[in-house]
Design a protein around this ligand. Structure first.
Ligand code: ZN
Length: 242
């Protein structure tokens, strides 16, 4: 495939939500790419806390390493309110967080990653970035079908064909447990990075930024908090290596 002349560098665009997973992915990308940008999506989340935390996390990462600071470029937040309005799920509407009859949690927003990746690819193309990085994980999460590597392989092919340009989709957490994700962060940035992730990133579905646990802020009861707390406990017990 010809490489269009307007894509001079092979930098990365990280799908960044200010959560534990995407922050770890961002650190991973900052170690590997000379130029890294971030993109986030506002789609009517019940809790805008992840949008308020993103500049905090980005500033924290810049402060950890002059190399990362030099490599980290623009942050873009894309307004996808129209998509949020289509998605009658517990993240965007006033519904309980529970398992549904189809074995997917009510937090599932149908096709979310497909939409995000398409918008991200359009931005990456314009910015001359050839790799998308996302925190999708199929090991211990809730069975979201658009987090499966097979789905992302198909998206990578569709984006590359549809843009007629290279567009890799990297998912460094795909095979990792939540404990191994903490361990990966420790490998990438040591205790300073794991402390930043615990303090500044947000995972809780209920948007709780009041209750502080060893693993960070959260209600401590929703599925996202359960995963984060369980991973932290397993990692600090010494059972996980990235
Ligand atoms: Zn929670």
């Amino acid at each position: 495939m010809n490489r269009p002349s307007h894509r001079p560098s092979g930098g990365a665009l990280v799908l960044f939500s200010a959560g534990q997973d995407s922050t770890t992915c961002l650190a991973w990308a900052l170690e590997r790419f000379d130029r890294v940008e971030t993109v986030g999506f506002a789609y009517g989340q019940r809790h805008a806390v992840e949008l308020t935390q993103r500049p905090v996390v980005l500033a924290g990462l810049r402060g950890l390493s002059p190399v990362w600071d030099a490599r980290l470029g623009a942050d873009t937040v894309v307004d996808l309110a129209a998509f949020g309005a289509l998605s009658d799920s517990a993240l965007t509407a006033d519904r309980a967080i529970e398992m549904q009859a189809n074995d997917l949690p009510s937090t599932f927003v149908p096709g979310r990653n497909l939409v995000f990746l398409t918008f991200a690819a359009a931005l990456a193309y314009r910015r001359g970035l050839e790799t998308l990085v996302g925190g999708m994980c199929e090991t211990d999460f809730s069975g979201y079908p658009d987090c499966r590597r097979a789905t992302l392989d198909a998206m990578q092919q569709a984006l590359t064909l549809g843009l007629d340009a290279p567009m890799a989709v990297e998912t460094p957490l795909m095979a990792l447990s939540k404990a191994q994700t903490w361990a990966l962060a420790d490998t990438l940035g040591g205790p300073a990075l794991t402390a930043l992730i615990a303090e500044a990133t947000h995972t809780c579905y209920r948007g709780d930024r009041v209750a502080r646990h060893a693993w960070g802020y959260g209600c401590g009861a929703c599925p996202a908090c359960d995963l984060r707390a369980g991973g932290w406990t397993a990692w600090t017990a010494g059972g996980a290596r990235a």
